[in-house]
Design a protein around this ligand. Sequence first.
Ligand code: FES
Length: 247
Amino acid sequence: MSTSLTEKPNQKLDKTQRKDLWWLEPLVYFVGLNCFIVYATWAAFQGKNYEWGPYLSPFYSPLIAVKWWHFSPAFLILWIPAGFRITCYYYRKAYYRSFFMDPPACAVSEGCQSRKYDGETKFPLIFQNIHRYFLIGATVLLCFLWHDVIKALNFNGQLGVGVGTIVLFVNTLLLTMYSLTCHSFRHLIGGHLDSFKCGYHYKIYEKVSCANEHHMFWAWTSLFMVGFADFYVRMLAMGAWTDIRLL
Ligand code: FES
């Protein structure tokens, strides 16, 4: 029996003709995102053990110490990367599928009989459109993180490299790649144009478009690494680990 576009057939959630392990991907998203959210929330609430020697946890960078703020300084910062990730085009797909099962996967029923599809044009999802502004905030934070990497080369006035320097460097590099492959950045760099003024500009746009195809990779690797960078500095600050000087 045929149905109109606005009328959805009576289907149960997860009904599909797919024979592959379609549920595995949303399950991995669900576990991965929850692990990160739990750890990041715990680390942000600590309000201590976020620096050791020349290293500063990325969750607390830039370190803002103001008298009127009586909570962890991480909360003055984390709303920017959190907003950037929550409104990210890739993460939207990941958590719409894994948290809301809306839909759980391609060609899998979301079990909806009467809900109308409004896209992201109405409250509250219309707020997803502020992603481009979070990109600006995240870019500012990246400047501070690169500054932290340079500071992590300074061991009491002597130039040096420790494992922590490498950890902070890799973390900042991955976060930079995550931002450079952002869909909003691609739009900014030339996606909004109908034609390019010169071949050079088009070549840059082509390179950004190419990198943009791997945005999912940078999203997950940078998420893991930013959590690990905080964990590494925390372990040093707590005296549980020792930093090894490489140079
Ligand atoms: S689309 Fe993912 S960070 Fe912009």
